[in-house]
Design a protein around this ligand. Structure first.
Ligand code: HEC
Ligand code: HEC
Length: 217
């Protein structure tokens, strides 16, 4: 058999395998997307049909949050690393909802669906913050959350520009009071906690969030 005669069927075989794998992968991706959409129907009740959030229910905008972050938070809510503190009224509301998403494949599917939603630009609700003072403070935050508030997956730090200021304020307060970020299994929350402790009072939080607001496109 000539060398070419041997090579040809083998590469044809490889092509066929590759084609089959591609079909399999896209079939699976389509299945995951459908599953993600189906699972999200439960989330929409509080987070809104477009993931835009609902202040009355204290449910933040989650549209376009990165998949890795949504996955991590769902896992934290499930294990109680987040949302199990007796004073965490909103977390306690979210926790049982996280339980409706069973298994890693479903967590990934719903997180991918959330990540693919168009980002929203929620209206400002806080007043009295000084963005110029906040800018100096934000230099510290930028080390993890990025100079434009875009987040940094390597440091497990979420973007800060896609959700509501009232929600960010509530989270800073939770980190400061130890309602979030104090469970031993919450390693990434523990990196955030000292940063919130650095913010002396509500005014300091308002200032830094007023600056974060200027970063939101
Ligand atoms: C009963 C209302 C409710 C439902 C339903 C709900 N959530 Fe939540 N969710 C909340 C609340 C309230 C918070 C804010 C918790 C806090 O303040 O710490 C939250 C927080 C989150 C966060 C954290 C966001 C962040 O920036 O850290 C994610 C992610 C999330 N929810 C995803 C989901 C997904 C996915 C579903 C559907 C499987 C879902 N939620 C269903 C109420 C709900
Ligand atoms: C050392 C890295 C680091 C620094 C510096 C840092 N953060 Fe964070 N921050 C994180 C991590 C990691 C999380 C996610 C924690 C988790 O997974 O629950 C977070 C979460 C947050 C959240 C909650 C976001 C959400 O969607 O729930 C807010 C708000 C926040 N940071 C604001 C700030 C501000 C303001 C500063 C500066 C004063 C700051 N961070 C500095 C690492 C950091």
């Amino acid at each position: 058999m000539s060398r070419a005669g041997y090579e040809l069927p083998r590469s044809a075989f490889h092509l066929a395998v590759a084609a089959l794998l591609l079909v399999g992968a896209s079939g699976r991706a389509a299945g995951d997307a459908a599953r993600g959409k189906e699972l999200f129907a439960n989330c929409a009740v509080c987070h809104g049909a477009s993931g835009e959030g609902n202040e009355k229910l204290k449910a933040p905008a989650i549209a376009a949050m990165p998949q890795w972050y949504v996955e991590a938070q769902l896992q934290k809510f499930q294990t109680g690393a987040r949302g199990a503190h007796p004073d965490d009224i909103e977390g306690l509301r979210m926790r049982p909802m996280s339980m409706t998403v069973k298994g890693e494949a479903n967590i990934s599917a719903v997180a991918a669906f959330v990540a693919a939603l168009a980002p929203v630009r929620p209206a400002a609700t806080l007043s009295g913050g000084d963005a110029n003072i906040g800018k100096a403070t934000y230099a510290v935050c930028a080390a993890c959350h990025g100079p434009a508030g875009e987040g940094n997956p390597a440091l497990k730090s979420p973007p800060l520009t896609q959700t509501q200021d009232w929600y960010l304020m509530a989270q800073l307060t939770k980190f400061k009071t130890g309602v979030r970020g104090t469970r031993p299994e919450d390693a990434s929350g523990a990196t955030m906690r000292p940063m919130a402790l650095m913010l002396a009072d509500e005014q300091a939080m308002k200032n830094v969030l007023a600056y974060v607001r200027t970063l939101a496109r």
